[in-house]
Design a binder for this molecule. Sequence first.
Ligand code: GAP
Length: 426
Amino acid sequence: MVTPDQMPEFVAWAKRRGVIWPSSEIYGGLSNSYDYGPVGVEMKNRLKAHWWRTMVHAREDIVGLDSPIILNPQVWEAAGHTENFTDPLVEDLVTHKRYRADHLDDPTVSPDGNPVSEPKNFNLMFKTFIGPVEEEAATAFLRPETCQGIFINFKQVLETSRQKIPFGIAQIGKSFRNEITPGNFTYRTREFEQMEMEFFVREEEANKWFDYWVEARLQWYVDLGVKKENLRLFKHPKADLAHYSKGTTDIEYRYPWGWGELEGIANRGDFDLTQHQKFSGKDMSVFDDETKEKFIPWVIEPAAGLDRALLVLLLDAWQFDEKGRKGEGEAETTLMVNAAVAAYDCAVLPLMKKEPLQKMAHDLVAKLRAEGKSVFYDETGSIGRRYRRNDEIGTPRCYTVDFQSLEDGTVTERDRDSMQQRRVTI
Ligand code: GAP
């Protein structure tokens, strides 16, 4: 786990090992924007696939959707975002730096101790223009949440998927928010990926499903290996709820800078479907076979951030040992991450950069890849160094091809967590 004073070392590790680094660096960077390197993108894709597997493939009652980032601008009118998707912006009257009033200890004083301006509502949606004319009529927005694409497709999905209430629609994709104060590495950025699921239920069952999803989503992180003591639930006070919410509980993580949101579970009531029905004139209700009445379903929404979830997995799994894990050598970093989201399933290492060890190792790589495994091949450096390189990026197992392998077809399997080695047959 990363401690507050280890944050610089963690950020340096992420860059050095091809996980995450500041974006656009050759042009001096772009603040709070990050690239995922070869290791990071593998982990991100796996985490995404893992979420999809749990939320969609493993269930009978959830289907997927992929809707565009730019939607008809009326969507945001109806959803209330044009008016309400705002944060309170204040400006330091001396330095002219800008802050979110609700992030300040005292909303009238900046962190530099200067007085600040009156707060004004700053809309977080990024504006753009459709077509060649930059005028009001062509204004569109980059979506600040993926769920509106789900709401406007609700009836279409219902009709084509043979689902019945209660059922859910899941979507993963980029969202954009012109955050006033992004920061804390990838915790809050202006471009990020969300994994959202809208679960449509009867009003009478909304509380039951809300509790179900809070518990299920919390367990998802625990099953992924996030330490229980670093997770907690936070129920939003009524006065602080988002404009669409009847109740929200956040799953929070103990970040090196303090407790903060990891995922939000909201009871959105019938707000979104009712609004879209009103603005579009299209019927959003469903027919109840039992009561023979039409009703607008309520929505329970577990909304996760992909970048934030990956950050939590990295922070929680990152281990730094000043004198090595055995306590008797150089400093070592180990990423004790769940194998389901490790960048590679395993590494294959010929003991020496020599034939026929290399050929045998390459054959093993081909065999493992044919089985669908993602494999890292590495032949340079001492074997101990190569084990440590793999420990650093969280590879759960290494297979070493040595001279005995040539004779009896066995390899050394070395386990990341226990550092134990044993002979196994190929
Ligand atoms: N549709 C509901 C919704 O978007 P949210 O709590 O605003 O709810 C859901 O966002 C999740 O998206 C958050 O819990 C967080 O993980 C992620 N997220 C939101 N804003 C983010 C940002 N600026 N940078 C990174 N992740 C963000």
